[in-house]
Design a protein around this ligand. Structure first.
Ligand code: SF4
Length: 265
Protein backbone atom coordinates (compact mmCIF):
# COMPACT_ATOMS: atom_id res chain seq x y z
CA UNK A 1 0.00 0.00 0.00
CA UNK A 2 1.29 3.39 -0.89
CA UNK A 3 1.27 6.05 1.73
CA UNK A 4 0.74 9.49 0.27
CA UNK A 5 1.34 12.22 2.78
CA UNK A 6 0.64 15.88 2.39
CA UNK A 7 4.01 17.52 2.87
CA UNK A 8 4.24 20.34 5.33
CA UNK A 9 7.17 22.68 4.70
CA UNK A 10 9.27 22.97 7.84
CA UNK A 11 11.64 25.74 8.62
CA UNK A 12 15.26 24.67 8.20
CA UNK A 13 17.16 24.20 11.40
CA UNK A 14 20.76 25.23 11.93
CA UNK A 15 21.73 22.29 14.16
CA UNK A 16 22.84 18.88 12.97
CA UNK A 17 20.14 16.25 13.25
CA UNK A 18 20.68 12.97 15.02
CA UNK A 19 20.94 10.03 12.67
CA UNK A 20 19.32 6.67 13.12
CA UNK A 21 22.14 4.18 12.61
CA UNK A 22 21.11 1.01 10.82
CA UNK A 23 22.96 -2.19 11.50
CA UNK A 24 25.51 -2.29 8.71
CA UNK A 25 25.85 -5.96 7.99
CA UNK A 26 25.96 -7.34 4.45
CA UNK A 27 23.72 -10.10 5.78
CA UNK A 28 20.93 -7.53 5.92
CA UNK A 29 20.97 -6.98 2.17
CA UNK A 30 17.56 -6.82 0.54
CA UNK A 31 16.56 -9.84 -1.51
CA UNK A 32 14.97 -8.94 -4.88
CA UNK A 33 12.21 -11.53 -4.65
CA UNK A 34 9.49 -11.54 -7.32
CA UNK A 35 7.16 -10.10 -4.68
CA UNK A 36 9.51 -7.20 -3.96
CA UNK A 37 10.06 -6.48 -7.65
CA UNK A 38 6.29 -6.48 -8.23
CA UNK A 39 5.81 -4.14 -5.30
CA UNK A 40 8.48 -1.77 -6.63
CA UNK A 41 6.93 -1.72 -10.07
CA UNK A 42 3.47 -1.01 -8.78
CA UNK A 43 4.78 1.66 -6.41
CA UNK A 44 6.73 3.25 -9.23
CA UNK A 45 3.66 3.43 -11.43
CA UNK A 46 1.56 4.85 -8.60
CA UNK A 47 4.20 7.49 -7.86
CA UNK A 48 4.48 8.69 -11.47
CA UNK A 49 2.18 11.61 -10.75
CA UNK A 50 3.39 12.24 -7.18
CA UNK A 51 5.48 15.25 -6.22
CA UNK A 52 9.16 14.71 -5.36
CA UNK A 53 8.34 15.42 -1.70
CA UNK A 54 5.63 12.76 -1.74
CA UNK A 55 8.05 10.30 -3.34
CA UNK A 56 10.66 11.04 -0.67
CA UNK A 57 8.07 10.63 2.06
CA UNK A 58 7.03 7.28 0.61
CA UNK A 59 10.68 6.20 0.45
CA UNK A 60 11.28 7.19 4.06
CA UNK A 61 8.08 5.47 5.26
CA UNK A 62 8.98 2.32 3.35
CA UNK A 63 12.74 2.06 3.87
CA UNK A 64 14.07 4.28 6.68
CA UNK A 65 16.37 3.88 8.52
CA UNK A 66 17.87 1.90 5.64
CA UNK A 67 17.33 4.74 3.20
CA UNK A 68 20.17 6.99 2.11
CA UNK A 69 21.04 9.66 -0.43
CA UNK A 70 24.14 10.08 -2.57
CA UNK A 71 24.84 13.57 -3.84
CA UNK A 72 27.41 15.25 -6.06
CA UNK A 73 25.88 18.61 -5.03
CA UNK A 74 24.42 19.22 -8.49
CA UNK A 75 21.35 21.46 -8.78
CA UNK A 76 19.02 18.47 -8.61
CA UNK A 77 20.84 17.12 -5.57
CA UNK A 78 20.61 20.48 -3.85
CA UNK A 79 16.85 20.51 -4.50
CA UNK A 80 16.51 17.02 -2.97
CA UNK A 81 18.61 18.04 0.04
CA UNK A 82 16.32 21.05 0.52
CA UNK A 83 13.29 18.74 0.39
CA UNK A 84 14.84 16.13 2.70
CA UNK A 85 15.60 18.87 5.24
CA UNK A 86 11.82 19.27 5.53
CA UNK A 87 10.63 15.70 4.96
CA UNK A 88 13.25 13.55 6.73
CA UNK A 89 16.33 15.44 7.96
CA UNK A 90 17.65 12.32 9.70
CA UNK A 91 18.31 10.67 6.31
CA UNK A 92 22.03 9.95 5.92
CA UNK A 93 23.48 11.80 2.93
CA UNK A 94 26.92 11.16 1.51
CA UNK A 95 29.20 12.42 -1.22
CA UNK A 96 31.73 10.33 -3.12
CA UNK A 97 34.80 12.44 -2.50
CA UNK A 98 37.04 11.19 -5.28
CA UNK A 99 39.77 13.70 -4.45
CA UNK A 100 39.24 15.30 -7.85
CA UNK A 101 36.21 17.45 -7.05
CA UNK A 102 36.20 21.21 -7.56
CA UNK A 103 36.80 23.38 -4.49
CA UNK A 104 33.43 25.00 -5.23
CA UNK A 105 31.76 21.60 -4.96
CA UNK A 106 33.42 20.77 -1.65
CA UNK A 107 32.36 24.13 -0.26
CA UNK A 108 28.71 23.19 -0.82
CA UNK A 109 29.01 20.61 1.94
CA UNK A 110 29.71 23.46 4.35
CA UNK A 111 26.87 25.50 2.88
CA UNK A 112 24.44 22.61 3.40
CA UNK A 113 25.56 22.38 7.03
CA UNK A 114 25.11 26.12 7.55
CA UNK A 115 21.78 26.35 5.79
CA UNK A 116 20.07 23.11 6.82
CA UNK A 117 22.10 21.71 9.68
CA UNK A 118 22.64 18.55 7.62
CA UNK A 119 26.05 16.89 7.64
CA UNK A 120 26.84 15.37 4.28
CA UNK A 121 29.41 12.67 4.88
CA UNK A 122 32.42 12.52 2.57
CA UNK A 123 33.25 8.97 1.50
CA UNK A 124 36.92 8.67 0.54
CA UNK A 125 38.60 6.07 -1.69
CA UNK A 126 41.12 3.73 -0.17
CA UNK A 127 44.04 5.57 -1.79
CA UNK A 128 44.64 9.31 -1.85
CA UNK A 129 45.02 10.95 -5.24
CA UNK A 130 48.79 11.01 -4.76
CA UNK A 131 48.94 7.31 -3.83
CA UNK A 132 46.58 6.37 -6.65
CA UNK A 133 48.49 8.27 -9.33
CA UNK A 134 51.80 6.92 -8.04
CA UNK A 135 50.43 3.38 -8.19
CA UNK A 136 49.26 3.81 -11.79
CA UNK A 137 52.18 5.85 -13.05
CA UNK A 138 50.06 8.96 -13.52
CA UNK A 139 46.44 10.07 -13.58
CA UNK A 140 44.23 7.18 -14.64
CA UNK A 141 41.48 9.58 -15.73
CA UNK A 142 43.62 10.30 -18.79
CA UNK A 143 44.20 6.70 -19.83
CA UNK A 144 41.42 4.63 -18.28
CA UNK A 145 38.60 6.79 -16.92
CA UNK A 146 36.29 3.79 -16.52
CA UNK A 147 38.73 2.18 -14.10
CA UNK A 148 39.22 5.52 -12.34
CA UNK A 149 35.44 5.94 -11.90
CA UNK A 150 35.18 2.36 -10.72
CA UNK A 151 37.90 2.76 -8.12
CA UNK A 152 36.97 6.21 -6.93
CA UNK A 153 33.16 6.16 -7.25
CA UNK A 154 31.55 2.76 -7.78
CA UNK A 155 33.52 0.96 -5.07
CA UNK A 156 32.80 3.83 -2.71
CA UNK A 157 29.06 3.70 -3.32
CA UNK A 158 29.10 -0.05 -2.75
CA UNK A 159 30.86 0.40 0.57
CA UNK A 160 28.75 3.41 1.57
CA UNK A 161 25.48 1.54 1.15
CA UNK A 162 26.29 -1.62 3.10
CA UNK A 163 23.31 -2.27 5.37
CA UNK A 164 21.08 0.03 3.32
CA UNK A 165 18.03 -1.09 1.37
CA UNK A 166 17.33 1.96 -0.75
CA UNK A 167 19.06 5.04 -2.09
CA UNK A 168 17.83 8.13 -3.80
CA UNK A 169 19.47 9.72 -6.75
CA UNK A 170 18.74 13.08 -8.33
CA UNK A 171 18.65 12.01 -11.96
CA UNK A 172 16.13 13.44 -14.42
CA UNK A 173 14.83 11.50 -17.39
CA UNK A 174 15.43 14.37 -19.80
CA UNK A 175 19.16 14.53 -19.00
CA UNK A 176 20.16 11.82 -21.44
CA UNK A 177 18.85 8.92 -23.50
CA UNK A 178 20.28 6.55 -20.92
CA UNK A 179 18.41 8.19 -18.08
CA UNK A 180 15.15 8.49 -20.03
CA UNK A 181 14.18 4.96 -18.97
CA UNK A 182 14.72 5.51 -15.25
CA UNK A 183 11.71 4.45 -13.18
CA UNK A 184 10.66 6.45 -10.13
CA UNK A 185 11.30 3.32 -8.06
CA UNK A 186 13.25 0.33 -9.33
CA UNK A 187 15.68 -2.39 -8.43
CA UNK A 188 19.30 -1.35 -8.92
CA UNK A 189 21.05 -4.58 -9.86
CA UNK A 190 24.50 -3.10 -9.77
CA UNK A 191 24.29 -1.96 -6.16
CA UNK A 192 21.62 -4.43 -5.01
CA UNK A 193 19.45 -1.65 -3.68
CA UNK A 194 16.12 -0.07 -4.39
CA UNK A 195 16.81 3.10 -6.34
CA UNK A 196 14.42 6.01 -6.03
CA UNK A 197 14.51 8.95 -8.42
CA UNK A 198 12.06 11.59 -7.14
CA UNK A 199 13.03 14.10 -9.84
CA UNK A 200 12.79 11.68 -12.77
CA UNK A 201 9.83 13.60 -14.19
CA UNK A 202 11.18 17.08 -13.54
CA UNK A 203 12.74 19.34 -16.13
CA UNK A 204 15.87 21.43 -15.78
CA UNK A 205 13.61 24.51 -15.75
CA UNK A 206 11.60 23.18 -12.81
CA UNK A 207 14.79 22.44 -10.88
CA UNK A 208 16.15 25.95 -11.37
CA UNK A 209 12.78 27.53 -10.58
CA UNK A 210 12.79 25.70 -7.24
CA UNK A 211 16.36 26.86 -6.58
CA UNK A 212 15.44 30.46 -7.37
CA UNK A 213 12.11 30.45 -5.53
CA UNK A 214 13.61 28.99 -2.34
CA UNK A 215 17.09 30.51 -2.56
CA UNK A 216 18.63 27.04 -2.47
CA UNK A 217 22.46 27.10 -2.52
CA UNK A 218 24.08 25.90 -5.74
CA UNK A 219 27.51 25.49 -7.24
CA UNK A 220 28.76 28.90 -8.52
CA UNK A 221 30.41 27.10 -11.45
CA UNK A 222 26.93 26.81 -12.98
CA UNK A 223 27.08 30.56 -13.56
CA UNK A 224 30.29 30.03 -15.55
CA UNK A 225 28.88 27.61 -18.11
CA UNK A 226 29.35 24.34 -16.24
CA UNK A 227 25.92 22.76 -16.65
CA UNK A 228 26.87 19.36 -15.21
CA UNK A 229 29.70 19.12 -12.72
CA UNK A 230 31.76 16.11 -11.76
CA UNK A 231 35.48 15.77 -11.13
CA UNK A 232 37.51 18.68 -12.46
CA UNK A 233 39.71 16.64 -14.85
CA UNK A 234 36.60 15.27 -16.59
CA UNK A 235 34.41 18.37 -16.67
CA UNK A 236 34.40 21.44 -18.89
CA UNK A 237 32.00 24.30 -19.42
CA UNK A 238 29.57 23.79 -22.29
CA UNK A 239 29.09 26.07 -25.25
CA UNK A 240 25.80 27.58 -26.34
CA UNK A 241 23.54 24.94 -27.87
CA UNK A 242 25.47 21.97 -26.49
CA UNK A 243 23.80 19.21 -24.52
CA UNK A 244 23.84 19.87 -20.78
CA UNK A 245 26.10 16.84 -20.19
CA UNK A 246 28.41 17.58 -23.14
CA UNK A 247 31.04 18.88 -20.74
CA UNK A 248 31.44 15.51 -19.00
CA UNK A 249 34.30 13.32 -20.32
CA UNK A 250 34.31 15.60 -23.34
CA UNK A 251 36.07 14.14 -26.38
CA UNK A 252 35.56 10.56 -25.24
CA UNK A 253 32.74 8.05 -25.74
CA UNK A 254 32.15 7.94 -21.98
CA UNK A 255 28.92 9.61 -20.84
CA UNK A 256 28.31 8.16 -17.37
CA UNK A 257 30.52 7.27 -14.43
CA UNK A 258 28.60 4.03 -14.04
CA UNK A 259 26.48 4.98 -11.05
CA UNK A 260 23.39 5.43 -13.21
CA UNK A 261 24.07 3.18 -16.20
CA UNK A 262 20.71 1.56 -16.79
CA UNK A 263 22.15 -1.07 -19.12
CA UNK A 264 23.42 -2.76 -16.02
CA UNK A 265 20.05 -2.83 -14.37
S1 SF4 B 1 35.08 11.51 -13.21
FE1 SF4 B 1 37.23 11.46 -13.94
S2 SF4 B 1 38.54 11.92 -12.17
FE2 SF4 B 1 36.46 11.43 -11.41
S3 SF4 B 1 36.54 9.29 -10.88
FE3 SF4 B 1 35.78 9.39 -13.00
S4 SF4 B 1 37.58 9.32 -14.35
FE4 SF4 B 1 38.29 9.70 -12.23
Amino acid sequence: MLTMTVIQTRLPTTRPHPRREPRRSPMDALDPTPELLAELQSSSEALESATPEEILRWAVDRFAPRFTMATAFGPEGMVLIHMLAGVAPETPIFNLETGYQFAETLELREEVLRRYGLEVEFKHPELTVEQYEAKHGGPLYETNPNQCCFDRKIKLLNAATVGMHAWTSAIRRDQSADRARAPIVGWDKKFKLVKISPLANWTKKEVWKMITDHDIPYNPLHDKGYTSIGCWPCTRAVMFGEDERAGRWSGTAKTECGLHALDDE
